[in-house]
Write a protein that binds this ligand. Structure first.
Ligand SMILES: C[S@@+](CC[C@H](N)C(=O)[O-])C[C@H]1O[C@@H](n2cnc3c(N)ncnc32)[C@H](O)[C@@H]1O
Length: 385
């Protein structure tokens, strides 16, 4: 057998062959001109041109949304439509600038024109009213978009010296245990704002009432535990996070009268043992932040903390799940690139890491709003040696 045997490019499959023929055709400007004029292909050509335009313009659309969020435009219109003059004065914009923003937002379904000179909420703007989580995410994207200015450099240098890496200081290679309050405060606020949407999905997907004690690893300010405890009055809970973050959670549990049922333990899951005593553990928006070596060590740490038969629930954006490909592969792909560590993994990739750490092969649980979370559930085997 020759040294290169088996490495020759595979012959194109029939389906691959068809795709290559299609690509050659669409890549030909003369064909595109013909297809946009021919009645039977005009619709496809129009749709493709529109989708490509939306990709070109996506950053501008996001900035229109950011302007609406910064100006609190959706809250302003929550009680009903207003005239352009009134809106201009409330937004402290020149009437022409206000009109420009209002028209842009209406074209994106954020607003709707209501008569010649008035604007009200559109279907997407209405969904933003009172949505503190999405609002906070949009505002912090200013940091991400700054870093994404040169995506090729980012791909070559993987998050070196980016502002986003500074925003998530635990994501680097150093040990994050000693991080101080001022380093964790802004990301903890952002996570707290967006946590209820994710927590709702996880709590609807998995029956936590089967358990006595929940351990939330990387539990942030305790939003998930507080929501779980309210929903399941017999459930006790332990939160584990970096000391400066766990302090936020401890204060929250006291404030909300959960002090007797929930406690917060500070430590680093990279350096310290995770506390035992729980029969179900959760990792909500944790694993995708880290590279495989850290994930494997963390899963082994959780495995040691759980009793045989104990359950692990993992909730985070996952690649390869139908309907959320753009969120996992484009958005999180480049978000985590800018952050400098981690990736969105497929359920199969996560399953392989779980099995390597001593868990059984996981099951995927359906969620109502997949863009908010995908969920895997696994158990520590009862039959370990
Ligand atoms: C993306 S946030 C998710 C927070 C929360 N689970 C949620 O979904 O809102 C990741 C959390 O992991 C925590 N974390 C990161 N590295 C850690 C470590 N080495 N030990 C303990 N917690 C860590 C962070 O402090 C942060 O609270």
């Amino acid at each position: 057998m020759s040294p290169g045997a088996g490495l020759e490019p595979a012959a194109p499959s029939r389906r691959g062959g068809w795709r290559e023929a299609r690509d050659r055709l669409v890549a030909n400007p003369r064909f595109r001109r013909w297809a946009s004029a021919f009645p039977l292909t005009r619709f496809i050509a129009r749709r493709r041109a529109g989708r490509l335009f939306d990709l070109c313009a996506g950053f501008v659309y996001s900035q229109v949304l950011l302007a609406c969020v910064r100006l609190r435009l959706f809250d302003l219109l929550a009680d009903g439509p207003l005239g352009v003059g009134e809106l201009a004065s409330r937004l402290r914009l020149e009437p022409a600038a206000a009109e420009r923003l209002l028209r842009a937002a209406a074209s994106l379904d954020l607003l709707e024109r209501r008569g010649a000179d008035r604007f009200g909420l559109g279907p997407l703007g209405a969904a933003m009213v009172g949505d503190a989580g999405t609002t906070a995410m949009i505002e912090h994207h200013a940091i991400l978009y700054g870093d994404l200015g040169d995506p090729v450099r980012l791909l070559r240098e993987r998050g070196q010296g980016t502002r986003l890496a500074g925003y998530w200081p635990y994501a680097g290679t150093g040990e994050p245990g000693p991080l101080a309050e001022e380093s964790v405060a802004s990301y903890t606020r952002l996570m707290a704002a967006s946590a209820p949407l994710v927590a709702d999905e996880v709590l609807a997907a998995y029956p936590f009432q089967r358990h006595d004690c929940l351990l939330d690893v990387g539990g942030g300010d305790g939003t998930f535990i507080a929501m779980a405890a309210r929903r399941h009055p017999r459930l006790a809970a332990i939160l584990f996070d970096l000391p400066a973050v766990a302090a936020h959670a401890a204060a929250r549990f006291e404030r909300e009268g959960l002090g007797l049922r929930a406690r917060a333990v500070g430590g680093s899951f990279r350096a310290d043992p995770i506390p035992g005593g729980a029969d179900v553990a959760t990792l909500v928006r944790i694993l995708h932040d880290h590279d495989d070596d850290v994930v494997l060590a963390l899963l082994r740490n959780v495995h040691r903390a759980l009793p045989p038969g104990g359950t692990l629930v993992v909730a985070e954006p996952m690649s390869g799940v139908p309907g959320v490909e753009r969120m996992a592969d484009a958005y999180f792909g480049f978000y985590l690139l800018a952050m400098g560590t981690g990736r969105a993994r497929t359920p199969e990739e996560l399953g392989a890491l779980l099995v390597q750490a001593g868990f059984e092969a996981p099951r995927r649980l359906p969620t109502r709003i997949p863009v908010a979370a995908q969920v895997l559930v696994s158990t520590r085997s009862r039959n370990e040696l």
